[in-house]
Design a protein. Sequence first.
Length: 439
Amino acid sequence: MKSYIEKKAYEVSITTIERISDFSSFALLERTYENRLSLDDAIKKVKNSDIDGLIGVSIYQRQKTDDNIKFNYLSGFGDDVKNIPVDKELQNSLNSSGNEDVSYDDYIVKSKYKTIDTYRFVRPIIYKYQNNTILLGVAILYYDKNAINKIIDTMLDYMFTVTIIVLLIAILFVYFIGVRFTRPILEITHAATSIAQGNLNIKLNINTNDEIEHLAYHFNAMVKGLQEKKKMQKFVSGSTMDMIKSGSMRHNMLGGEYRTLTILFSDIRGFTAMSENRKPSEVISIVNFYLNLQAQIIRDNDGDIDKYIGDEIMASFTGDDATNNAVKSGLEIQAMIKKENIKRAKRGETICEVGIGINRGEVIVGNIGSHEHMDFTAVGSVVNVASRLCSSAKPGTVIVDKSTYDRASCKHRTTLQSPFTIKGISYPIDTYSVSNGET
């Protein structure tokens, strides 16, 4: 349902922006009063069309002064998007475009009083003359993602109402034809309500030798499938779950995109030697204790567990405070492990320490694997450097790339380390050893 509604929203948005772009090309090329009136009239009609989810449209004129190229606002509507400048990344994309294909991406509109999660549709306005392509400007349309959810909620409310009505009629009908049919249906109704409330420990036991028993069999099969899916969520990272829940078609294919992330690696020291002299169940218990302790701290600091690699954790942090949160996580992990190790030592239990490496930069994030099995993860030199920093970190320490730390707002006690050389990178990397206590 969501995919269908999104598809219709895309079609409406693309048709609208193409229509606006066609009127804009004449206004940008000839710049006559009549063409400008035609453009304003087209924009006014779109504004008055009351398209659900349409936040606004902006037309920008490309102007070149000396060696500087700017996109100046020409016309449009929508108070929340009227003063948004064309960012450099979009400018570079427009300057290299050779056609008028419509593209879209996820874009967050930040106005004075609110933040809106939108789809941003972009169409270059191009004029072709004697085999030359001239970029006149760009038309941008903003579509509110929440509008799709509102439509779905309305449809679900309608479906829920219809379901309740049908259910009441069915119960009345069954009531009149006998208890033999009524009781099984009531059991199924009660089971469905329990599942809606999150209780999956339901199993129907109905023996009526008719269609109702057949329905109960398939109902039990459905519950079993839900139970299996719930268990599978423990083996999937938060970013992967977000990708699946978004329902975007482009996320269901193999592919990726660039994102700026802070990557944290944490590795248990001495794990191999420790595991050689212990039973498998004991080794797993020890590893799970330390991994669970670290994972909880990472999640509390808005981090996402990308994957577990044996006794190692790979986590990612996003947002303006990503590096600060990653460093805070690393220090809290070391402090908590130190505290827990004192308790474990008193009980005669095995203790372990971890080394942590942190790096930030642009990575490639996407679905990696085969068509049968994919993993939504991050790759690139930033990830490799974070892993190598983790390998070099001594037990109980947090090592952070110096440039990563200096660009953040962290205020901790730091010690500059000797330049760190990594195979494949031509220059040495300066790092800090970070410890608790403000500078």
